[in-house]
Write a protein that binds this ligand. Structure first.
Ligand SMILES: Nc1ncnc2c1ncn2[C@@H]1O[C@H](COP(=O)(O)OS(=O)(=O)O)[C@@H](OP(=O)(O)O)[C@H]1O
Ligand SMILES: Nc1ncnc2c1ncn2[C@@H]1O[C@H](COP(=O)(O)OP(=O)(O)O)[C@@H](O)[C@H]1O
Length: 614
């Protein structure tokens, strides 16, 4: 079966969103002949020169007005390569909530920009929301290129402006396509009007997009929806069948797997897994709805979660989360009480504090904000009566999200994304500085070089620092090797110690960047999750973060072996050596990749400089 791609579209009114969707449907021959004829007739009657494809999607608007969905319409179409679902979210300023509901399961966000107007407030807002929702791929369609004379310069200008903004966000994969939705350029077929554009047309890009690896296949989680306990049918059934039905939120379950049931902590083994229609399954992935049978007769009830013994979600009463407020009937403030629904559990919850309200347009945090109103987003600390079983949203869009329900009206009043369990440090108050970042002479950032030992991180980093300082930019190199002589002298090379090493270096880099320096970091940092955490730390602080993958193959590193460490590792004299008997997880979405064939260390340092300026 072809893989399904979920698309969320966003753009301000009149950017051409409806036309673009119409064009995709029209040109991929997905629309019904009669609908099309009606559009052609209406367009001709209105004297339109071209078939007005917005009319196709305007039909949907009527549906919406009847309140069928929360202002999000879904459209289905298919090409021989793939099936698509488009969630069309209206672009008005106050429609944050629709975007949050419509796009939370999307694989790709399509953001439309009118080439004449360039990046506007809405563009930034939608880009921010898309990244907040963890949508892994972002496609910026610079539309109405016909109205700017198919200008490459204009396209480049918009792309650069967007890139500058996107650096402050945690954007996974970012693509820019110049299009004319009205005339069909670069929608399904490559445009002949823009020969300078070398990329794919939109549909082709969407068909090719690799999304399988976006799914979390590591953290096995299944929230029990209900317990199936049919009556004994015949005397031959010595035991009553007991199955646990639910949807796999992430990871993989298979018969024979050891599992733990949370929050009780009882352990068992998966005896069998049943799919739809009672079919036995060898494996179950997200988002399959299955029934799991366990080998042991243990107590499991609705709301419990099955996971693997060595990979568990957080269990706790305190959540740190970003919430989007959905209603104008009330506001959220410290002390407000709600029902929190998370996977198949629910609990009473109180807002322990509202840390700040986020201005989605400027990313400014208002720490003095007393409450959140309609469509506003803020960071809150929540305390629940029952223990919750959760993961950060960044790792798991299912076990990382929740909704808040008003007890009195039973209305959903907010959607939330869990950032982390609330930090342990209690009674420690953050002191506000009198100097704001904008008041400092320079604005800092972090450039993070990751790669195997001997890949060239330090050499390139030294050269980058030299060039920056020579050009009058305050920069400071934090080298893993060197820090391990001081700050991190107590750490070795176990997975835990490396995580702590990277956490400390990341915190120091953030402080330097906050102080206005370019912090250059050169550490192996072998784990994606740790690197992501450092990126988040920067993004949350509004500091640009550039992840540079020094992608030198293991064989090359090993042949260089300047410190003879590979030789020692091969001889078994050192253990846990990265690339030999300890893992290195390649960056999934680095901002820049440097390969040996790209040049000598000087050329590579220059490539980093170019990317910072570009
Ligand atoms: N077991 C093992 N594995 C990897 N590296 C080892 C090990 N033992 C010592 N070294 C030396 O320590 C340097 C890596 O330190 P880092 O702080 O960058 O590592 S990590 O990010 O915590 O994984 C690394 O430096 P670079 O070669 O500059 O990367 C090595 O010289
Ligand atoms: N781009 C490059 N081309 C060829 N050799 C390189 C390059 N970058 C670094 N080297 C050499 O590789 C060795 C390892 O580089 P180093 O910067 O110490 O790596 P790391 O800090 O990643 O361990 C050094 O001897 C260095 O001179």
């Amino acid at each position: 079966m072809s893989q399904l791609l979920r698309l969320a579209t966003a753009g301000s009114v009149d950017d051409g969103k409806s036309t673009l969707i119409g064009r995709l449907l029209y040109d991929s021959k997905a629309i019904f002949e009669d609908q099309l004829e009606a559009v052609e007739r209406t367009s001709a009657a209105r004297g339109d020169e071209h078939a007005n494809l917005a009319l196709l999607t305007d039909g949907l608007r009527a549906e919406r007005e009847q309140g069928i969905t929360i202002d999000v319409a879904h459209r289905y179409f298919a090409t021989p390569k793939r099936k698509f679902i488009i969630a069309d979210t209206p672009g008005h300023a106050q429609y944050t909530r629709n975007m949050v509901t419509g796009a939370s399961t999307a694989d790709v966000a399509l953001i439309l920009v009118d080439a004449r107007n360039g990046i506007v407030e809405q563009t930034r807002r939608h880009a921010f929301l898309s990244t907040l929702l963890g949508i892994p791929h972002l496609v910026v369609c610079v539309n109405k290129m016909d109205l700017v004379g198919w200008s490459k310069d204009r396209f480049d200008e918009i792309r650069e402006e967007f890139r500058q903004f996107a650096m402050k966000l945690n954007v996974g994969d970012l693509t820019f396509i110049p299009v004319s939705a009205l005339l069909g350029d670069n929608i399904v077929d490559r445009s002949t009007n823009m020969a300078w554009y070398e990329g794919s047309a939109l549909l082709h890009h969407l068909e090719q997009l690799h999304i399988a690896s976006d799914h979390n296949l590591i953290d096995a989680r299944l929230a029990v929806q209900y317990v199936i306990r049919p009556q004994r049918q015949t005397d031959a059934d010595l035991h009553d069948f007991r199955g646990y039905a639910g949807t796999v939120a992430s990871g993989v379950f298979a018969p024979g797997d050891d599992v733990v049931v949370l929050p009780s902590g009882f352990a068992s083994t998966v005896k069998a897994i049943w799919g739809p229609g009672g079919r036995p399954l060898d494996e179950a992935f997200a988002p399959s709805a299955v029934t799991v049978e366990l080998a042991d007769d243990i107590d499991v009830s609705r709301g419990d979660m099955l996971c693997r013994p060595n990979n568990r979600p957080h269990v706790g009463h305190e959540l740190d989360a970003l919430v989007c407020w959905f209603t104008d009937q009330s506001t959220l403030a410290a002390g407000s009480r709600y029902i929190l629904r998370h996977s198949t559990r629910e609990s009473k919850a109180v807002v322990a504090s509202l840390d700040y309200r986020l201005d989605v347009n400027t990313l400014h945090r208002d720490e003095a904000a007393p409450s959140l109103g309609l469509n506003e987003i803020g960071r809150v600390q929540l305390r629940t009566q029952q223990p919750m079983l959760f993961d950060p949203y960044r790792h798991n869009r299912t076990t990382g999200s929740f909704i808040l329900v008003d007890e009195a009206t039973n209305n959903t009043v907010a959607a939330g994304m869990i950032t982390a369990p609330t930090q342990k440090a209690t009674n420690v108050v953050w002191h506000e500085a009198a100097v704001r970042r904008e008041d400092r002479a320079t604005q800092g950032r972090t450039v993070w070089l990751t790669g195997l030992s001997g890949s060239g991180k330090s050499t390139v980093a030294v050269e980058l620092e030299r060039r920056l300082v020579a050009s009058g930019t305050a920069a400071y190199l934090l080298d893993g090797d060197n820090l391990r002589h001081g700050l991190n002298a107590d750490l070795g090379f176990s997975a835990e110690d490396r995580a702590e090493n990277v956490r400390r270096v990341g915190q120091v880099a953030r402080l330097l960047a906050d102080a206005g320096l370019v912090a250059i970091v050169s550490v192996i940092s072998p784990y994606q999750a740790e690197r992501d955490r450092i990126r988040d730390l920067h993004v949350e602080a509004g500091l640009p973060f550039t992840e540079v993958f020094v992608d030198t193959p293991l064989e090359v590193c090993e042949s260089r072996d300047p410190k003879h460490l590979y030789a020692k590792a091969r001889a078994g004299e050192i253990t846990d050596f990265t690339g030999i008997d300890a893992p290195y997880e390649k960056p999934t979405n680095p901002d820049l990749v440097l390969r040996p064939e790209d040049g000598d260390p000087r050329a590579l340092a220059q490539a980093i400089l170019d990317s910072l300026q570009g």
